[in-house]
Design a protein around this ligand. Structure first.
Ligand SMILES: NC(=O)C1=CN([C@@H]2O[C@H](COP(=O)(O)OP(=O)(O)OC[C@H]3O[C@@H](n4cnc5c(N)ncnc54)[C@H](OP(=O)(O)O)[C@@H]3O)[C@@H](O)[C@H]2O)C=CC1
Ligand SMILES: O=C(O)[C@@H]1CCC=N1
Length: 280
C-alpha cells in the first residue's frame, strides 16, 4: 500500500489511522486526511499521529491508491461531488458509510469504481471491531487483499454479500450499544446489592471478557455454557427465571430485528434522497 487519502476525520477515521500505524501498514507520511472545515481537529490528528492533512484535493489524492470515505452518510452527496474528479478506476475506494450502497457511491461519483463497503463498529477505536465487508465486481485480487489487511488493523474482518450489511448493522454495528446497555444494568444493580462501584465495574468487565473467551474457545454452544453455570436450585437458576419471566431473550431478538429493519429503511430513504440530489 502506497498512500491512503481519508475523507472525513471523525472517530472512525481516527480508529483506522491508529490501527494502520500500529500495524505498520502504511508509512505515516503517506496517510493523508481531510475534513469539511474543522482545522483544529486536523491539527490534533497531525500532532497525535504525525500524519498529514490538507484541504488541497490535488495534493490529497496525488498517487493515492486507497481512498477512504469516512464522513456521515448525510454528507456523502456533497463530499463525493467535491472529490469525484480525483477518483479513478484504479483506486480502491473504501466506504464505512452506513446505508450508502456501492451503486449510490458510483452514481454520486458518476463513474465506475473499485469499492469495498464495510460496516465496522466503534470498538475499532481499541482494535476490536467486528467488521463485515462487501466488495463490488471491479475489485482486483490485490485490492481484496489490501481491504482485508486494512480492516484487520481495527479488528476482525469478514466478507459478506452487500445485501447482508443491514443485518450486520443490526447485529454487530449497533451491537456494542446493546452490551453497554447490559453493563449499565449490571452496574446499577451492583449499587443496589451493596457493591462498591469501581470494584463492581472490574468484576463486570472481567465477567464479560471471560464469557466471550469461553464462547470463542469452547466447543460447547453458548446455551450449554449457560447451563453449565446453572446448578439446579441455585443462584443462576433464580436469576435466569426472572429474565425469562420478562422475556429478555425475545426482547434482544426483537431489538436486533428492529435495528436491522431501521438500517434497511434508512438506507432506502438515503438512497432515494441521494439519487434525487444527483438528478437535479
Ligand atoms: N458510529 C458508529 O457506530 C459507526 C459509524 N459508521 C460510519 O462511519 C462514518 C463516520 O462516522 P464518525 O467517524 O462517527 O463521524 P464523525 O461525525 O465523527 O466525523 C465525520 C467527519 O466527516 C467530515 N465531513 C463532513 N462533510 C465533509 C465533506 N464534505 N468533505 C470532507 N469531510 C467531511 C467532518 O468534518 P468537520 O468536522 O470539519 O465537519 C468530520 O471530520 C459514518 O458514515 C458512519 O455511518 C460505521 C459503523 C459504525
Ligand atoms: O446507530 C447507527 O445508525 C449507527 C450505525 C451502526 C452503529 N451506529
Amino acid at each position: 500500500m502506497k498512500k491512503i487519502a481519508i475523507v472525513g476525520a471523525g472517530s472512525m477515521a481516527e480508529a483506522f489511522i491508529s490501527g494502520i500505524l500500529e500495524n505498520g501498514l502504511i508509512a505515516r507520511n503517506n496517510i493523508w486526511v481531510t475534513n469539511h472545515s474543522n482545522e483544529t481537529r486536523l491539527a490534533g490528528l497531525k500532532e497525535r499521529y504525525g500524519i498529514r492533512s490538507t484541504y488541497d484535493l490535488k495534493i490529497l489524492f496525488e498517487d493515492a491508491d486507497i481512498v477512504m470515505l469516512a464522513m456521515k452518510p448525510k454528507d456523502a452527496d456533497s463530499a463525493i461531488d467535491r472529490i469525484r474528479e480525483h477518483l479513478t478506476e484504479q483506486m480502491l475506494v473504501v466506504s464505512v458509510l452506513a446505508g450508502v450502497s456501492m451503486n449510490t457511491i458510483e452514481t454520486l461519483a458518476r463513474k465506475s469504481l473499485s469499492i469495498a463497503r464495510a460496516m465496522p463498529n466503534t470498538s475499532a477505536a481499541v482494535g476490536k471491531s467486528a467488521t463485515a465487508i462487501a466488495v463490488n465486481s471491479r475489485i482486483t485480487n490485490h485490492q481484496l487483499e489490501t481491504t482485508k489487511q486494512l480492516f484487520g488493523t481495527v479488528g476482525l474482518a469478514r466478507f459478506v454479500e452487500e445485501g447482508q450489511l443491514d443485518a450486520v448493522t443490526g447485529l454487530s454495528g449497533s451491537g456494542p450499544a446493546y452490551i453497554y446497555y447490559l453493563i449499565e444494568a449490571m452496574e446499577n444493580s451492583a449499587a443496589e446489592i451493596g457493591l462498591e462501584k469501581e470494584m463492581a465495574k472490574e468484576l463486570i468487565v472481567q465477567t464479560l471478557i471471560g464469557a466471550a473467551e469461553m464462547v470463542r474457545n469452547s466447543s460447547k454452544s453458548s446455551e450449554q455454557l449457560r447451563l453449565d453455570v446453572t446448578s439446579p436450585g441455585g443462584t443462576t437458576e433464580a436469576g435466569i427465571r426472572v429474565l425469562e419471566k420478562h422475556g429478555v431473550q425475545q426482547a434482544f431478538i426483537s431489538c436486533i430485528q428492529a435495528a436491522t429493519a431501521q438500517s434497511k429503511k434508512m438506507g432506502n430513504t438515503l438512497e432515494a434522497q441521494l439519487k434525487v440530489g444527483t438528478s437535479t
